[in-house]
Design a protein around this ligand. Structure first.
Ligand SMILES: [Fe+2]
Ligand SMILES: [Fe+2]
Length: 248
């Protein structure tokens, strides 16, 4: 079951709950002069996501297909989207483009963005933030939409369950629960905790976002600065202790 919710003006959250994994996979569609999709989802989701996009705009008019890092839920259906939308271009970090995307999945060369580079899609203004290993992967980056205060934050704030599309309640507690649960199973070390983690998250908090659009879970609306700082603390609590315990 895939549903679609407008989380900010002309920014839509497309969500499919996968019960086997007890997790939602969300994509974000921005309706603007140059329509943008952030995350494609896996190939298996393509028909569902295409159908959801078509309720907002003609899918073949997509211009930008952005994502944080090279991974199936981020860009697995990039090729399918590019075949459907002939003028679409992948949007990612320089590392993602050079290391994986152009060779493995893109139908056409991706548009790489440098840290802090701006992209205007019409009335919306995006800023790209290069965030290596945050949420994870060397090639990671995030997009921040400045006029709505929307941070497209990929796996940050991941929480499990078939939750509501949007919330003003705490999402860091459920994120921490997910991290602890994953540490006990095959998904251990999902998110690395490195010397760059806290400074990177502090940089994101300083943007003072008001909408945190996570790939897995509810979109948080509220004091995003505090939420990101709380997230940094949660990661330190769970992951730095785990690393310490492992050393002993
Ligand atoms: Fe990921
Ligand atoms: Fe993900």
């Amino acid at each position: 079951m895939t549903d679609i919710t407008e989380i900010a003006a002309d920014i839509y959250r497309i969500s499919t709950f996968v019960p086997e994994a007890n997790v939602q996979f969300n994509q974000f569609l921005v309706r603007d002069e140059q329509p943008l999709l952030f995350h494609t989802g896996m190939k298996a989701l393509f028909p569902l996501v295409r159908q959801a996009v078509s309720t907002v705009l003609p899918p073949e008019t997509l211009k930008w297909i952005g994502f944080s890092h090279f991974e199936a839920d981020e860009c697995g259906a990039l090729r399918e989207w590019q075949e459907l939308a002939p003028r679409s271009t992948a949007l990612c970090s320089i590392v993602a483009k050079l290391v994986s995307v152009d060779d493995v999945v893109a139908a056409r060369p991706a548009q790489a963005l440098e840290d802090n580079q701006r992209l205007e899609t019409g009335r919306y203004r995006f800023r790209f933030l290069q965030t290596p290993q945050v949420p994870h992967a060397w090639d990671a980056g995030l997009l921040y939409e400045e006029t709505t205060g929307t941070l497209l934050c990929s796996d940050l704030f991941h929480h499990n369950g078939n939750v509501q599309p949007m919330t003003t309640s705490d999402v860091v507690g459920p994120f921490k629960d997910m991290l602890r649960a994953y540490q006990r199973g095959p998904f251990a070390y999902y998110l690395p905790y490195t010397p760059q983690t806290k400074p990177t998250l502090e940089r994101l908090a300083a943007l003072r976002p008001t909408v945190l659009a996570t790939m897995h879970g509810a979109t948080f609306v509220g004091n995003g600065e505090q939420a990101v700082l709380d997230l940094a603390q949660a990661m330190e609590d769970v992951l730095s202790n785990v690393c310490h315990e492992q050393k002993n």
